[in-house]
Ligand binder design. Sequence first.
Ligand SMILES: Nc1ncnc2c1ncn2[C@@H]1O[C@H](COP(=O)(O)OP(=O)(O)O)[C@@H](O)[C@H]1O
Ligand SMILES: [Mg+2]
Length: 255
Amino acid sequence: MGRTADVRVEHLTKRYGDVVAMADVSLTIPSGEFVAVVGASGCGKSTLLRILAGFERATEGVVEVGGVPVTGPGPDRGVVFQDYGLFPWLSVRENVAYGPARKKLPKAQVREVADRFIAAVGLTRFADRYPGQLSGGMQQRVAIARVLANDPSLLLMDEPFGALDALTRGDLQTELRRIHIETRTTVVFVTHSIEESVYLADRVVVMTGGASHGVPGHISRVVTVDLADRDVTSPAFNAVKREIAELVHTVPAAV
Ligand SMILES: Nc1ncnc2c1ncn2[C@@H]1O[C@H](COP(=O)(O)OP(=O)(O)O)[C@@H](O)[C@H]1O
Ligand SMILES: [Mg+2]
């Protein structure tokens, strides 16, 4: 545990045919930082994440993780989506062990790694269960444990808690925050929830635009969350939320 990478995105543009989905996006993330990306639907959040994951190529621009240009997916980058993407025919332990097992580590070590991350997400009692026997929140915990077991230097999350009820979502936010403080893995976390972004992130990247606005998606502002604690009921927390909400709801002028 403990690998962590910086991220460098410079003048990134992504076109789909004639459609410019995203234009001139530049963002530098020091290693260990937790960055949230918020913005209205279609502004390019998922596109940015998929390009960092290596699932898609940038049309133009520089994309580097840990100083290495991204040319495709790699085990250094762990990706968590809204749907858990678990193997239903494997137990919790087997799902989490999947990556370490592929590294051909000794069996005992694979199990030790799997059990450590299963414990980290509070699922020790459920290690022998199958995904179909677990709630959505528990399945997403497994998905997070599975990604962490690969020891990624960058964690990419696209609305990972979007399908969960509010209470479960709150629990997972608390847990993710704790895991990040412990591991210091760099995180890029896409969310629709401004509150979630302020609770979790060191900085919040606000994106606007998108095809439906007639302006390519782009970064409108990066807000540093300068809060000592993350008490969601505090006036300081709400002031940051309000600032970001205003930015999100400012519709860019069409060109
Ligand atoms: N495979 C694709 N082909 C064509 N257009 C796409 C494709 N993927 C995304 N887009 C367009 O790119 C823009 C950004 O999409 P996306 O990154 O999914 O936005 P977000 O995640 O912020 O909702 C949208 O206008 C969307 O229609
Ligand atoms: Mg999206």
